[in-house]
Design a protein around this ligand. Structure first.
Ligand SMILES: [Zn+2]
Length: 455
């Protein structure tokens, strides 16, 4: 089913959305159009152009089956789209469906856990990428973002779901895309090795090139990843003019993508989902909590700490009771002895709020600290007083939200939907692609609440 609107591509006699002046002109032209119709068969007069154009009822799509293009703008906080004119993003919003108050990331609101939740529909405790770096407590092996060993990456990402059902998939960068797993071999043609220095325009052009392939080779699913505006967000925080510039630039990159799809006549056929992985909030060294300050109550050696900020995770040695550590830490933090102590609360992972879904993995250390928005945890007091931006906090903070905008045959034009968690996206995409999805944490009914039924 086609989108009804289009601003330019299809020369309709009387576009439903045309300005009244044009409608008036159309009324006058109707008799002439009828005459021409009789005389020339399927030739209509376009009010958009003085010339006659052949109007074929929407030409058959170049695509033989549905295709989804999933685009991530890293760290695109919800609201950035209003910082500066973003005509291309706003075109997608106007012609598609938008989470009106943003997309909710999973906890921890970090890049790798979130990107992998988007493509697997699983919370980090279930897909295994519990943070951007961590240590496996059994093997002692360390995970970093450069690690492509499949033992770390659980669940079934979309590229695997697509290829296992006989279709092509492409991943132009995405956390986990280079992991060879099941039917997914990360073929060089469709799965370039991550290289942050590849210009954004080149990424767009390569992805557009996938749609120039013979019909049966065009990937059904394509991911496309950009590091910005996250890079600027960390450096200067979300409210700096540099962010405004980065947002304007990313809008132009999206514009290039749209123009390329239009040029190929497939903009209305490809489902484009534009989202981010998390938001961004300003954080300054003045808002720090130092673990050394807890010493009068309990000493937390550096060797116990797996990550500091914004996700404080602690794994004490086996002969130390985690419950006791939690009790002592919270006693210290609420004693008034620790600078900014009230902005950190420590939990046994099984006592974390269940809405965080952050306990059901042995990889998650037993003690997790939740920091107030914009605060930092460090080991030792320093005199640093820099300000920048961070993410990784509780996903209930509005600042951690990002965007969700989708345009395509099954997304209603101009529709606003309530915020939802990104684990719903896997089912949404498998439904659009008419594929059987792997088990996941998303709701089976979510796609029906958002999509126009396919014809
Ligand atoms: Zn990120």
């Amino acid at each position: 089913m086609a989108l009804e609107e289009d601003d330019s591509a299809v020369p309709l006699v009387c576009p439903a959305t045309a300005p009244s002046k044009r409608k008036y002109k159309s009324v006058l032209l109707i008799p002439l159009a009828l005459l021409l119709l009789l005389a020339a068969g399927a030739v209509f007069l376009s009010t958009d152009s003085p010339t006659l154009r052949t109007y074929a009822a929407r030409r058959p799509s170049k695509l033989s089956r549905p295709a989804v293009l999933l685009v991530s703008l890293d760290g695109f906080r919800f609201g950035y789209q209003f910082k500066t004119p973003t005509p291309n993003i706003h075109r997608l919003i106007a012609q598609g469906t938008e989470a009106e108050e943003g997309l909710i990331p999973v906890f921890p609101t970090a890049t790798f856990p979130n990107h992998y939740s988007i493509v697997t529909g699983l919370y980090p405790a279930y897909h295994g990428i519990i943070y951007n770096y961590f240590t496996d407590p059994v093997s002692g092996d360390q995970f970093t973002v450069a690690n492509h060993d499949p033992k770390w990456w659980l669940g079934e990402p979309l590229w695997e779901t697509v290829t296992s059902q006989g279709h092509n998939a492409a991943a132009y960068f995405w956390p986990g895309s280079e992991v060879v797993k099941g039917s997914w071999t990360c073929p060089p043609k469709f799965c370039p090795k991550y290289n942050e220095s590849v210009p954004f325009e080149e990424r767009v052009d390569t992805v557009l090139g996938y749609f120039d392939l013979p019909k049966d080779e065009i990937p059904s699913f394509v991911s496309l990843y950009f590091e910005d505006p996250d890079s600027q967000g960390h450096e200067v925080g979300p409210d700096d003019p540099q962010i405004t510039e980065a947002v304007a630039r990313m809008d132009r990159v999206i514009g290039r993508l749209i123009a390329g799809l239009e040029k190929r006549g497939i903009f209305d056929d490809v489902t484009m989902i534009l989202l981010g992985d998390h938001g961004m909030v300003s954080n300054c060294d003045a808002k720090q909590i130092f673990l050394d300050d807890l010493a009068p109550h309990i000493q937390i050696p550096e060797s116990w700490v797996q990550s500091y900020s914004p996700l404080l995770s602690i794994r004490p040695p086996e002969d130390v009771s985690s419950s006791e550590v939690v009790a002592k830490m919270n006693e210290a933090l609420s004693s008034g002895d620790v600078n900014n102590g009230k902005y950190l609360k420590v939990f046994l992972k099984e006592d974390l709020p269940s809405r965080l879904h952050y306990s059901a993995s042995y990889r998650i250390p037993p003690i997790i600290g939740l920091l107030a928005e914009g605060y930092k945890v460090s080991q030792t007091r320093t005199n640093s007083c820099e300000c920048g931006g961070a993410h990784g906090y509780d996903n209930s903070y509005f600042s951690m939200r990002t965007i969700f905008i989708a345009r395509g045959p099954q997304f209603e034009k101009g529709r606003k939907i309530p915020s939802f968690e990104n684990v719903q996206i896997y089912n949404l995409i498998t439904t659009i692609l008419k594929l059987k999805g792997a088990p996941n944490n998303g709701s089976a009914s979510f796609p029906n609440s958002v999509l126009i039924p396919s014809s």
